[in-house]
Design a binder for this molecule. Sequence first.
Ligand code: UDP
Ligand code: MG
Length: 168
Amino acid sequence: MAIQQTLILIKPDGLIKSLTGNVISRLSEAKLTIMGAKVVRVSRELAEKHYEHLKGKPFFEELINYIVGDVHKTYRVLALVYQGENAITKIRDIVGDTDPEKANPISIRGSYGRITTSGVFENVVHASSSPEDAEKEIKLWFQPEEIVEDIYPIKEATLNNVKKIVWA
Ligand code: UDP
Ligand code: MG
């Protein structure tokens, strides 16, 4: 038994279909601890880094359009970090197979996912598939101060000439 972290994204189809509550209720069956949560407007750059491993696939461009929100005209995703024993497999079991038609009908993707006419799997959620992917993804989507505990090593850095948006 290993303590693992995992990144979940409720994708734009999940948000536009008002599935946020259902998805979080289903995820809570895994009895994990929530470590971070935020709404993100996904840039093309972030989307392409997140799905880097799928570059070159025929559905890649459509997948990027989907995750940034162009397909549903809903420009946000809900990003969540969970931690606990065997978090990755526990969550992947609840989430179901990548292909909503193959997914167990009682899983999140089996219940709410669909395949578009262009063949993209609109499968409501993302969930990390290995500890290595989870670490890479969590560090991509979250800053250390946005996670309630230091789940990975941190360091102090002095950043000069960094422009930042602050409340006016
Ligand atoms: N995807 C797709 N068609 C495919 C494979 C993947 O549309 O044949 C999309 C789908 O939305 C999936 C995402 O690309 O969730 C990432 O693919 P991956 O193979 O990493 O599946 P996941 O880890 O999300 O189950
Ligand atoms: Mg994946």
